[in-house]
Design a protein around this ligand. Structure first.
Ligand SMILES: *Cc1c(COP(=O)(O)O)cnc(C)c1O
Length: 415
C-alpha cells in the first residue's frame, strides 16, 4: 500500500466527482448544465423519504427483493475435500442471489432507481447503451413498466452477436439502434448515446448501466446497487451473528461488485476481491482486465484504468462473457485498487467455464458466465482459508443466456 490511507473509504467522490485522481466529468460544454441538473435532482431524491419508500415498494414487489443469502453447502464441502492435507481448512461459502431478481441479474436495481429519477425530473424519453444487451433489456423492461419510450444504442456487431436480447428489447417496446461507427461495439454505442443526449437535452434521460460515466453516475449507480451489500450485512448477521470475512464479485464496469463492497469498505477485517475477465489469458492481449492490463486514461466522461494501445486508442475487450467485455472499470474501483483496499484478480475463459459447470452440478444453480469468473477464484481462495472463514460471492446473474456460448466453447475444445 503505497498511497496514504483515507480515514474512510466510503466518503467519495468529492464535489466534482473525483475518487483520488480518477472519475470527474469529461463532457461536452453543452452537457454540463444537464449533468449539474441531474446531480441536483439525484441529491434531492436521495434525501426524500417518499422517493425512497416508493423505490422500496418496487424493489419488493416488482424486482423481488430481498434476494436470499444462500449457504452453498455442497460447494463448501467439495472445496474442503480438495484442501489437501489441511483438514481444518476451507471457507464457508455463501452466494448473494442477485440472479433471482426480475430480469435475472443485478442490473435492474440500478435501472429502477434511474427511471424513477427520470420520472421525478419530468424527462419523457430514455436512452441507454448496451454491449451484451443485459442493461438494454433491464432498461427496456422498466420503460415498459412506467410507460416511457426507450431507445437503446448497440454496436452493429453486438446486434448480430446478441440476437435474443435484441428480440427481447423489441418485444418490450424499445427501439434498438445499431451503431455502425468505429469498431461497431460497446464504446461506439456509448459515444452515440452521449451524442444523442447532447442533441436532445430538454426531454431525454441517459440511463447508464454500470459505475462509469461522468459524475454523478458512478456514485449514483453505486448507491442504487448498494442494497446488495446492505442486505448481505443484515442477512449474514442473522445467519452467523457477525460480519463476513471476505467478499468476491466479478468486474465488468464494476456495479455489482461496488454494490456488494461499498457498505463493507470501512470494515478493515473484511477482505475484498474483484475479479476481471482474463479472456484467453493476460499475456495473450485478448482479455478485458483493465486493472491488470490497462493504464489510466479518459473514456465515457471519466478518468480510470482503460485498455489502450500504444497510441492511446481504446482497445476492444475480449471475454467469453459479453457482460464483462467493457474496456474500462468504474473510477471508484481504480481508486480502491491504488489504495490497496480491494484486491483485483482475474480468471480466464477456461476457468470461468469450468466453474460454471461445477456450480451447476453441485448447487443446481446455473450461474451467468460473469459471476462464474468470480467463482473460479473462490475455487482456489476458499481452500486456503480456515473453516470458520465466511466468504460471500455475488451471484450477479443467471446463466440461461449463456448456455449456447458454453456449449459452443466446450464443442470447440473437443477439436
Ligand atoms: C452486466 C453484468 C455484469 C457486469 O457488470 P458490472 O457493472 O461489472 O456488474 C456482471 N454480471 C452480470 C450477470 C451482468 O449482466
Amino acid at each position: 500500500m503505497s498511497a496514504p490511507q483515507p480515514n474512510s473509504f466510503r466518503t467519495g467522490p468529492d464535489e466534482r466527482g473525483h475518487f483520488g485522481i480518477y472519475g470527474g466529468r469529461f463532457v461536452a460544454e453543452t452537457l454540463m448544465p444537464l449533468i449539474l441538473e441531474l446531480e441536483q435532482a439525484y441529491a434531492a431524491a436521495k434525501a426524500d423519504a417518499k422517493f425512497q419508500a416508493e423505490m422500496d415498494g418496487h424493489l419488493a414487489n416488482y424486482v423481488g427483493r430481498p434476494s436470499p443469502l444462500y449457504f452453498a453447502e455442497r460447494l463448501t464441502e467439495h472445496l474442503r475435500k480438495t484442501a489437501s492435507g489441511l483438514s481444518a481448512a476451507g471457507a464457508k461459502i455463501y452466494f448473494k442471489r442477485e440472479e433471482l431478481n426480475h430480469t435475472g441479474a443485478h442490473k435492474v436495481n440500478n435501472v429502477l432507481g434511474q427511471i424513477m429519477l427520470a420520472l421525478r425530473m419530468g424527462k419523457k424519453r430514455i436512452i441507454a447503451e448496451t454491449g451484451a444487451g443485459m442493461h438494454g433489456v433491464a432498461t427496456a423492461t422498466l420503460c415498459a413498466k412506467f410507460g416511457l419510450p426507450c431507445i437503446v444504442y448497440m454496436g452493429a456487431v453486438d446486434v448480430e452477436r446478441q440476437k435474443p436480447n435484441v428480440l427481447r428489447m423489441r418485444m418490450l417496446g424499445a427501439e434498438v439502434r445499431g451503431v455502425t461507427s468505429g469498431s461497431k461495439t460497446l464504446k461506439d454505442a456509448m459515444n452515440e448515446a452521449l451524442r444523442d443526449w447532447v442533441g436532445n437535452v430538454a426531454d431525454t434521460f441517459y440511463c447508464i448501466g454500470t459505475v462509469a460515466g461522468p459524475h454523478p453516475y458512478p456514485a449514483m449507480v453505486r448507491d442504487f446497487q448498494s442494497i446488495i451489500g446492505r442486505e448481505t450485512r443484515e442477512q449474514m448477521q442473522k445467519a452467523e451473528g457477525r460480519l463476513p470475512d471476505s467478499l468476491i464479485a466479478c468486474i465488468g464496469g464494476g456495479s455489482n461488485a461496488m454494490g456488494l463492497f461499498h457498505p463493507f469498505l470501512d470494515e478493515r477485517s473484511v477482505e475484498i476481491y474483484g475479479v476481471e475477465a482474463a479472456g484467453h489469458g493476460l499475456a495473450s492481449g485478448k482479455h478485458a482486465a483493465s486493472i491488470a492490463g490497462g493504464r489510466p486514461g479518459v473514456l465515457h466522461g471519466n478518468r480510470t484504468y482503460l485498455l489502450m494501445d500504444d497510441d492511446g486508442q481504446i482497445e476492444e475487450a475480449h471475454s467469453i462473457s459479453a457482460g464483462l467485455d467493457y474496456p474500462g472499470i468504474g473510477p471508484e474501483h481504480a481508486w480502491l485498487n491504488d489504495l490497496g483496499r480491494v484486491k483485483f484478480l482475474s480468471a480466464t475463459d477456461d476457468e470461468a467455464v469450468a466453474a460454471f459447470q461445477l456450480c451447476s452440478k453441485l448447487e443446481g444453480i446455473i450461474p451467468a458466465l460473469e459471476p462464474a469468473h468470480a467463482l473460479a477464484r473462490v475455487l482456489d481462495l476458499a481452500p486456503t482459508k480456515p473453516k470458520d472463514h465466511l466468504m460471500v460471492l455475488n451471484m450477479s446473474g443467471r446463466g440461461d443466456k449463456d448456455l449456447d456460448s458454453v456449449a459452443a466453447f466446450l464443442e470447440s475444445k473437443k477439436k
